[in-house]
Design a protein around this ligand. Structure first.
Ligand code: CAA
Length: 382
């Protein structure tokens, strides 16, 4: 066991921290209020290599390890988790799939621009009637010569408008159930693709979320990712890594709120002393610090396993479950410690609380993580 970061991991953490604390903080409240996409920040973070953090340098990525990814996403999410989800979806849900399952031609055409941050990726799995129950895909892809014709609707798509490369999961043979599902790389500007209105979300307001409609959209057969019928497995494998990203985001939301609450508790006085000296507040901070550390270790363990090439699906589900629940609890307590100030936007903790909620929902709800973990327990003891 070694609980120390390498020099490179520490340097990446510090770079992310500096950028978040100096740059993202300046306009995060305004972007939240206006639900404005962080275009300039994504450009700068691409220059720093964050949009292709996990991609091999051979494909224009920075090739950092997953432990560094956890550290960077935590630091960014302390300030702006909308930026973190854009980075996470690009790296873990789209670039990962292309790098692992794509042909050399697909990597050249689609992975490289994603890794450089010249283009952004989106992952299209969820549908109006297929959220948690992801096998129930209604979007169809019907073969027509050298093309597939896509019809259907995808819901809650992160970066739907800003992305230009979509990874779309669709049903190629409904009679085969999940074994008839296929993954496609789709260019957003293809004819037959339209977007629903910008979703007016509770939190993570500056990441753009839309429905995407496919109406006889024509996709070249050479854009199939992996093989026909492999799509559900690709989606599940991809989500295993995605959940490390969202767990790290939840961790960052929690630790950001905790740092603000601790600083406030040192400054604010009541009944003749700093409120941190009151046991009611001090014990809340003690619980927050302990639970945040536990969440961080779960994230780092899942990341380490992934970096070692070992199975990490159950561990990433545990990390996401625990970090998301911790984020919700810690941000709620951070608002409580701030009292009335916590309920206004200027102090940031109310926004962090709104953002925490989404980490319990997307990339598999907390209940889905419990299904994944409990099925593994069932199997282990059978
Ligand atoms: N790796 C590889 N294969 C897997 C797998 C994994 N992690 N999990 C399941 N599979 C395979 C199974 O082995 C099975 O294949 P076989 O029949 O060949 O054995 C097949 O997939 C079906 O598995 P299950 O019977 O376990 O499927 P299920 O219907 O019971 O559901 C589930 C499994 C884990 C609950 C899955 O439906 C799930 O993860 N649901 C949540 C979906 C989700 O996370 N959506 C998030 C949307 S993306 C998003 O939010 C992105 C964003 O923009 C931020």
């Amino acid at each position: 066991m070694n609980f120390e970061y390498t020099e490179e991991q520490e340097m990446i953490r510090q770079t992310a921290r500096d950028y978040a604390q100096r740059e993202l903080i300046k306009d995060v409240l305004e972007r939240d209020a206006k639900a404005e996409f962080p275009t300039e920040h994504i450009k700068k973070l691409s220059e720093l290599g964050f949009m292709g953090m996990l991609v091999d340098p051979q494909y224009d990525g920075t090739g950092f390890d997953t432990v560094s990814y956890v550290l960077a996403l935590e630091e960014i999410s302390k300030v702006d988790s909308s930026v973190a989800v854009i980075i996470s979806v690009n790296n873990s849900l789209v670039a990962y799939g292309l790098e692992k399952y794509g042909t050399e031609e697909q990597k050249e055409t689609y992975l490289k621009p994603l890794a450089r941050g010249d283009q952004i990726g989106a992952f299209l799995l969820s549908e109006p009637e297929a959220g948690s129950d992801a096998t129930m895909q209604r979007t169809t892809a019907v073969k027509d010569g050298d093309y597939y014709i896509l019809n259907g609707v995808k819901n809650w798509i992160t970066s739907a408008n800003s992305a230009s490369i979509y990874l779309v999961i669709a049903q190629t043979d409904p009679s085969l159930g999940h074994k008839g599902i296929t993954a496609f790389i789709v260019e957003k500007n293809s004819p037959g693709i339209t977007l629903g209105p910008h979703e007016d979300k509770m939190g993570m307001r500056s990441s753009d979320t839309h429905s995407v409609m496919f109406n006889d959209a024509k996709v070249p057969a050479k854009n199939i990712l992996g093989e026909v019928g492999m799509g559900f497995k690709i989606a599940m494998k991809t989500l295993e890594g995605g959940r490390i990203g969202i767990a790290s985001q939840a961790l960052g939301i929690a630790s950001g709120a905790y740092e603000l609450a601790a600083k406030y508790a040192k400054e604010r006085k009541a009944f003749g002393k700093e409120i941190i000296k009151h046991q009611g507040v001090a014990f809340k901070l003690a619980d927050m610090a302990t639970e945040i550390d536990a969440a961080r270790f779960l994230c780092l363990r899942a990341a380490w396993l992934k970096d070692q090439g070992k199975p990490f699906g159950i561990e990433s589900a545990m990390a996401k479950l625990y970090a998301a629940e911790t984020a919700m609890k810690v941000t709620t307590e951070a608002v409580q410690i701030h009292g009335g100030y916590g309920y206004v936007k200027e102090y940031h903790v109310e926004r962090l609380m709104r953002e925490a909620k989404l980490t319990q929902i997307y990339e598999g709800t907390s209940e889905i993580q419990q299904i994944i973990i409990s099925r593994a327990i069932d199997e282990k003891f059978s």
